[in-house]
Ligand binder design. Structure first.
Ligand SMILES: [Zn+2]
Length: 149
């Protein structure tokens, strides 16, 4: 595991709300926050974007405009787009082969497992030389303390 990522107050709940709302389709969106020099990340806000894929049930394609917009508003508050999230309806929160092929280096990829009952596992991944490696997520109330602010 590489350096972890901490979710700020309310961001895990928002992520779960957006992922559950997209079910049974794949939801997707942008993670805004900051990254320190050692690669540790802090997520400050979570947004959802339109899934452009015609196969929205098992694919996602983030609206590029949503990324540009998120980047712009992040910069205004001194933050950055640090990664992306998407959901896996009725599948584990692990990257698919397609996820791996399309991923960009250095970004945090968060996958949320969803079912008709709501959300399950939330797991974080980052692309390395040998494909995706899992990175530790500090979720919920513990996030603030573990972020080492
Ligand atoms: Zn996926």
């Amino acid at each position: 595991m590489g350096a972890g990522a901490a979710f700020g107050p309310g961001t895990e709940a928002e992520l779960r709300r957006l992922a559950a709302a997209a079910y049974p389709s794949e939801g997707c969106g942008v993670l805004v926050g900051s990254a320190s020099a050692d690669g540790a990340m802090s997520v400050r806000s979570v947004s959802s974007a339109r899934n452009l894929s015609e196969r929205g049930r098992d694919r996602y394609e983030l609206d590029p405009l949503a990324i540009v917009r998120a980047e712009r508003s992040a910069r205004e508050s001194g933050l950055d787009v640090v990664g992306f999230w998407h959901s896996h309806p009725d599948h584990p929160a692990e990257p698919s082969r397609l996820d791996t092929e399309r991923a960009w280096a250095d970004y945090l990829y968060v996958i949320v497992s969803t079912t008709a009952d709501g959300t399950g596992d939330v797991r974080g991944w980052r692309l390395g030389d040998g494909g995706f490696g899992e990175i530790e997520l500090a979720l919920g109330d513990a996030a603030g303390a573990e972020a080492g602010r």
